[in-house]
Design a protein around this ligand. Structure first.
Ligand code: BG6
Length: 503
């Protein structure tokens, strides 16, 4: 989000407006932007779906969604009255081109009433199967033509592999120009994630040591305690590698490994990230096990609650081969990072919900202290915490007070809550504002998504061709399968327990 910029009049057209995504994330985010005074005075939320719901019914539905999902809870009455006055509903059948002509008419009529040409955001909060027909119909109705003012927002999954991504993406790119396309990866809207760039490039002290001379390896962990909840059928087709690694974790890696941008804009920042993706060493199809590990959770206990095995979850095949855990060992083949391993891991049904990036520095080159001092009892690490804490911790060795020479690991800590004392905006708030402002820095460009798919394809293919013989291979409530430990142990490393999740 850019500072102190005002948005122009905006028509926000929400397809799939009665769905879960709109209810849980999109509308609560818009409402918070409104509360913070970030929405323009001329703002329209056009809820589009097939239903005959009245505007009052829709507003009531959103009121409940905000109450249950907004970081601020139930909407204050006055603010709600003003916000709900901006909501309108249009009934539309995706298969009916005439309905899109009517939509165009409605939007143009509002432009006339506002006496301006408003920014138009078409947000597809629909199942991915509708991305193509909606996009084509928007194009046919002339609704994509204004390259400056019109934007299309799509959510993942964009395809299930490289080929299907290209197919969907070709349709998007046939109708819209790349600069109009906003592909969401919600991790990129998180404050702590965006702060990686601020930390690295707004301070002179990190860059000199941010390379293979000083960094031993990098560990990126995104662990969840949740299982697949009601998303069994989606997850069965997806698995952890597609759901989390291909997008979120690779984006985190890019932010850690990228070169400094020349200017902080969408082209340059994304260009530098693509350079990292292109530098990632391809995973050899015949040696996938040396670079990737997969797991699936068995029944277990998480914080005193019994968790059923993945294979017993609703809408999951009792013999499912889908991975609920994935780990990768990657190398960025360039001058800065040659031979520094980047270990990525993510999974469901794990010990704790914790997301962090741990930069592990090399040991001191010469041990001047006696062995009894306990040097290297803990490696020096810089930990970027994204969840549940939000902050940065430097872990280093210090001398214990006293006459004996004893060294002990200590922490130097920056906490968002303590430093800023504000309620941090949700990722969707930041991202929706960026869409309305036309700033695509934290959205995925075609070449980024392609490169990410290319990287994971050998693993997806190998895993599909060789069903895991040992599934389920980790107990719910643990840190994942043994094969993931072996992946890093083969380099003499270990995952280390995340800083705030001592089990
Ligand atoms: C989504 C995945 O993209 O990210 C989910 O589809 C996952 O499976 C979620 O639970 C995690 O996001 P967050 O913001 O809760 O870490």
């Amino acid at each position: 989000m850019q500072a102190a910029q005002c948005l122009s009049a905006t028509q926000f057209v929400l397809f799939g407006s009665s769905g879960d995504l709109s209810w849980r994330l999109v509308v609560p985010a818009l409402f918070n932007l409104f509360l913070d005074g970030h929405l323009p005075t001329r703002f329209l939320l056009l809820a589009v779906d097939r239903s005959d719901k009245s505007e009052d019914e829709i507003a009531l539905h959103y009121h409940q969604g905000i109450t249950e999902n907004s970081r601020r809870g139930a909407p204050p009455e006055d603010a709600w009255q003003s916000f709900s006055g901006m909501i309108r509903h249009v009934k539309l059948n995706v298969a009916d081109q005439e309905d899109f002509q009517k939509l165009a008419l409605t939007l143009n009529t509002i432009d006339t009433a506002w006496d301006c040409k408003a920014e138009r955001v078409f947000y597809l909060a629909t199942p991915p199967s509708l991305f193509e027909p909606i996009t084509l119909s928007l194009g046919a109705a002339g609704l994509a033509q204004d390259r400056e003012r019109v934007r299309l927002v799509v959510e993942k999954p964009l395809g299930n592999d490289l080929e299907s991504f290209r197919k969907i993406n070709d349709v998007l790119c046939r109708v819209f120009e790349e600069r109009q396309l906003f592909r969401i990866d919600h991790f990129l809207g998180k404050e702590t994630v965006q702060n990686i760039l601020a930390m690295r490039f707004a301070n002179p002290i990190f860059e000199p040591i941010w390379n293979r001379r000083y960094v031993d390896h990098v560990v990126i962990t995104v662990a969840e305690t949740l299982g697949v909840e009601k998303r069994g059928s989606y997850y069965e087709q997806t698995g952890a590698l597609r759901d989390m690694v291909q997008n979120h974790l690779l984006q985190l890696l890019c932010l850690v490994a990228m070169e400094p941008p020349v200017v902080y804009d969408a082209d340059d920042v994304r260009g530098k990230k693509v350079d990292v993706l292109h530098a990632l060493r391809p995973i050899p199809p015949d040696a996938v096990d040396k670079f990737a590990a997969r797991g699936q959770y068995a029944e277990g206990w998480i914080r005193g609650e019994k968790r059923m095995a993945y294979r017993n979850e609703p809408n999951v095949d009792p013999r499912s081969n889908t991975e609920t855990y994935a780990a990768l060992k990657l190398y960025v083949d360039n001058w800065r990072w040659q031979d520094v391993p980047f270990y990525l891991r993510t999974g469901k049904g794990l010990t704790a919900k914790v997301s962090e990036i741990s930069i592990r520095f090399r040991d001191v080159p010469h041990r001047a202290f006696p062995a009894s001092a306990g040097l290297n009892a803990q490696p020096t690490r810089l930990v970027i915490q994204m969840h549940p804490e939000q902050g940065i911790v430097l872990k280093f060795m210090a001398k214990e007070p006293g006459s004996q020479l004893r060294l002990r690991p200590v922490d130097m800590r920056f906490s968002y809550n303590e430093a800023f004392q504000i309620d941090i905006p949700a990722a969707y708030e930041t991202l929706l504002w960026d869409v309305m402002a036309g700033d695509a820095t934290f959205f995925m460009r075609t070449d980024q998504v392609e490169a990410a798919w290319k990287l994971v394809m050998p693993v997806l293919d190998a895993w599909a061709a060789n069903p895991a013989a040992d599934f389920p291979n980790y107990v719910a409530g643990s840190w994942g399968p043994e094969s993931a430990d072996l992946l890093v142990a083969s380099d003499g490393n270990s995952w280390l327990t995340p800083t705030l999740a001592k089990s």
